[in-house]
Write a protein that binds this ligand. Structure first.
Ligand code: GLC
Length: 425
């Protein structure tokens, strides 16, 4: 068998496999809800779907990875309007400062956020603030969460075990701002909240971006007996996933070996790295890139191949020839390898969405909208299409019951919706 064919076999996710992922995921949801053994954290969010009556002007902080955004939104009649926004990377381009490493303390990080908030709050103004904080937290109410661990290769000191909204409140006080955090949510939850303002059938929120995770509206939550959105932290799902030797290499070299195994197959922080590992391994075995000098000079470091480039590899074979100084045949091979990694990610995600819907509606009687945000879904060449194709194949004649739809800025606007929901009660 030729190399490409054997790689294609390793990376293939058949229709049966997608359905198996769906069943395993559903089982993981059900075990997790009962507090049983599950790779899904199944975190209660202490918030349900919006009523549509929410109104007012609120601040939002969106901290999800290597960027922070602060914004002001007005909400009325289910319409959410952005009035102001400031965003910033957490690292400078020239490497002079970096708020993501263990050299930064939690106080320094939250002071940085408060500094951004100060830019959109006028003198004497008073606001409530919703905070989208997209890392695993254990919540005990809508405004109290404990950071369990950093993800997405962030490692700021002194934040794990603390409530990010308390840290934010203290930083706001240091800046003498009259702004009170009143809600903390995950970005998946924000995406679902924003979608639910407009679409009655939205019951799943998911991020396919730097990271990956999914939440859904549990019709009757065991803790409260009421509807509640559950943040599954599904990055960690790992039951019977089709790991290859390349996934294992990536995992072993990551900040968190053994963790976030699904995320390592579908999300932006890892997809480029996975392609890099495959190419480097094949080149070192002599099966690809006979002249590997460009690969060595540009892509020898961990994380040196961004997912954005993978998107370009799939779109444009000439770009590959230029990037690697390789033959058209080798470029074709690299293009195919990139496409199969992306296709696999999309089909695994599809399996988890089907599993979630089957938990809510085992006979697929109703319509379900999966609200999706994130750069992988939005921009990765072929991802959306493969996801849809995966859903169609696995669902057969029920395929029209599940639709995935891009909902932009759920994490920003969703925080404002959450703040509005708190004040409504
Ligand atoms: C990571 C975080 C999760 C977040 C996801 C998408 O998996 O743990 O909380 O929702 O990334 O940003």
């Amino acid at each position: 068998m030729d190399l490409l064919q054997s790689l294609a076999n390793e990376f293939a996710v058949s229709t049966d496999k997608m359905n198996e992922v769906a069943q395993n995921f559903k089982k993981a949801i059900e075990n997790g809800l009962k507090g049983g053994k599950s790779p899904l954290l199944m975190m209660p969010s202490y918030i349900g779907k919006p009523s549509g009556e929410e109104s007012g002007t609120f601040l939002a902080v969106d901290m999800g990875g290597t960027n922070v955004r602060v914004a002001k939104f007005s909400i009325k009649d289910r319409k959410i309007t952005k009035i102001a926004e400031v965003s910033s990377g957490l690292r400078s381009n020239d490497g002079t400062w970096d708020y993501t490493t263990s050299k930064t303390t939690a106080e320094e990080l939250f002071d940085f956020f408060a500094g951004k908030i100060a830019q959109i709050v006028g003198p004497g103004e008073k606001y409530l603030l919703g905070h989208t904080f997209s890392f695993p937290t254990k919540q005990t109410d809508i405004n109290t969460a404990t950071l369990l661990m950093w993800m997405k290769e962030i490692s700021v000191t002194g934040a794990v075990g603390k409530n990010p909204n308390q840290l934010l409140l203290e930083a706001l006080k240091r800046k003498k701002l009259d702004v009170k955090p009143c809600a903390i949510i995950n970005d998946t939850v924000g995406t679902l909240l924003v979608a639910a303002c407009q679409y009655a059938d939205a019951d799943i929120g998911t991020i396919l971006g730097t990271g990956h995770n999914t939440c859904y509206a549990e019709p009757s939550h065991p803790v409260t007996g009421k509807p509640m959105i559950v943040n599954m932290e599904s990055a960690n799902f790992d039951w019977e996933l089709p790991f290859t030797e390349y996934d294992n290499l990536l995992d072993a070299a990551s900040n968190k070996p053994g963790g976030a195994r699904l995320e390592k197959m579908v999300s932006g922080v890892y997809l480029g790295e996975l392609v890099r590992i495959i190419l480097s391994r094949l080149a070192s075995q002599g099966s690809l890139l006979k002249d590997n000098s460009k690969l060595k000079s540009t892509y020898s470091e961990k994380n040196s191949l961004p997912s954005k480039e993978v998107s370009e590899f799939i779109r444009n074979r000439n770009y590959i020839e230029l990037t690697f100084d390789c033959s058209p045949k080798e470029a074709e091979m690299i293009q195919n390898i990139s496409a199969m990694v992306i296709k696999r990610g999309a089909r695994l995600a599809a399996g988890t969405y089907i599993g979630t819907v089957l938990h809510i509606d085992p006979e697929l009687r109703n319509q379900h909208m999966v609200a999706v945000d994130g750069s992988i879904y939005e921009k990765m060449t072929g991802f959306k299409e493969e996801l849809r194709r995966g859903l169609d194949e696995a669902l057969g004649n029920k395929a029209d019951k599940i639709r995935a739809q891009l909902v932009k800025d759920g994490s920003g606007a969703g925080a404002a919706v959450a703040a509005a929901m708190v004040t409504e009660n």
